[in-house]
Design a protein. Structure first.
Length: 390
């Protein structure tokens, strides 16, 4: 099969080598390993994207077809004709074209792409995110109106398109709208990422870990407050935050440290910046004792699979697809979002209850083994083939 793929994350090309963010790169390499040729219809990155593009694509059957420089979302929305003029003929080579969504251009592919079967691979929900967004300015209001409009157009196009979704909640939402719909699992986990141990929390300092985007909606302010509560109970914890922030001025990180100083726990909050997927990131998981992701809203964070594969007990909120895939006090400890006290009690319980902790580690490893790229990509490609030939 010759497969096309689009997503708005740009590719950085250097000396005929292609670089993308690690979470996307491992997926694209795995996808390419299951098809004859993988055509990437994507945007050119620039200096601004160099830091994020830390993964070199390895598969030799990947072909990059440029859609030009990545412009702002509003520009892509209103000037899509010019963007698609670059790729419409090249796309005819493909048997199917997978559009990872949500993305601003998703509603417009049908107008320009003739031959390949179009498939939306939906891994999130713009509208759900907009509900959590606090309007502080006219610009914020305009952005929310744009997201609503784009979502409306996206829904209209879905009636003529095949859909893959990565959560039961998205399946239930889009099943009445789509031509066909299939449930998949998205992951960055490979067989090489596993690190088995029977227990954690054996040292004097209990290392808590969060990995992912640094933003308020991830529950990080509540997590910092929980560290203060735990230390007031003479529980010796340290919070390690690994990730990146959209704002180059690191406004959220600064606000988190101000919060930590206010609570006098700034010595026990450590920022490690972005870590490259693979050995660098795995080292952070393997030096930790408990993984905590207290998000206010989510799809399903791939970082949970990564933590489980590295034998970490997981504390997560009952949001998005998390409760669809995880069971409380079996392979994770599930709590309500936005509740500092629940975060504190969950961490304290895991530290004090060795039997529960060891059970969660073993069940987590078992769950993670079913969610490797090697396993899930074969399922994904088989579903794409089934759709493309119908």
């Amino acid at each position: 099969m010759t497969l096309g793929f689009y997503y708005h994350i740009p590719i950085v090309s250097r000396n005929n080598r292609l670089f993308v963010p690690g979470y996307l790169g491992v997926f694209l390499d795995a996808l390419a390993s299951e098809v004859k040729t993988l055509y990437l219809f994507m945007h050119d990155g620039n200096q601004r994207h160099l830091a994020e593009a830390d993964f070199e694509l390895q598969q030799k059957n990947i072909v990059f077809i440029s859609m030009g420089n990545l412009s702002p979302a509003w520009h892509r929305h209103f000037f899509h004709r010019h963007i698609f003029s670059r790729i419409s003929r090249a796309a005819d080579i493909c048997d199917a074209l997978v559009i990872r969504a949500p993305t601003p251009l998703a509603p417009f592919f049908k107008n320009y792409i003739r031959k390949p079967r179009l498939i939306f691979m939906i891994v999130g929900d713009y509208l759900e995110g907009a509900k959590q967004f606090k309007v502080k300015s006219l610009r914020d209001w305009v952005m929310i109106q744009y997201l609503k409009r784009n979502d409306s157009l996206f829904r209209q196009e879905m009636r003529h398109t095949d859909v893959l979704v990565n959560s039961p909640a998205l399946f239930n939402k889009y099943e009445p709208l789509s031509r066909t719909i299939h449930l998949i699992r998205t992951t960055t986990l490979t067989r090489h990422d596993f690190f088995e141990r029977s227990d954690t929390c054996q040292n004097n300092v209990i290392e808590l870990l969060y990995t992912g985007r640094i933003e308020a909606a991830k529950g990080l302010f509540e997590l910092v407050a929980s560290v203060a509560q735990l230390r007031s109970r003479h529980i010796n914890v340290r919070l390690n935050i690994v990730g990146w922030e959209a704002d180059s001025k690191k406004s959220v990180e600064k606000a988190l440290m101000e919060k930590a100083q206010e609570l006098t726990v700034e010595k026990f909050i450590v920022f490690h910046n972005r870590k490259k997927i693979g050995d660098e990131l795995n080292e952070m998981y393997r030096n930790a004792d408990i993984y905590v992701i207290p998000s206010h809203h989510e799809g399903f964070p791939r970082t949970i699979w990564e933590a489980m594969a590295n034998s970490l007990p997981v504390v997560a909120t009952r949001v998005g697809a998390i409760p669809d895939y995880l069971t409380h006090e079996k392979n994770a400890f599930l709590i309500q979002p936005g509740n500092v006290q629940e975060i504190t009690l969950a961490i304290e319980r895991i530290i004090q209850d060795s039997a529960l902790r060891q059970k969660m580690i073993q069940e987590g490893l078992y769950t993670a083994r079913e969610n490797t790229l090697e396993y899930q990509t074969k399922i994904l490609v088989n579903k794409i083939k089934d759709v493309a030939i119908t």
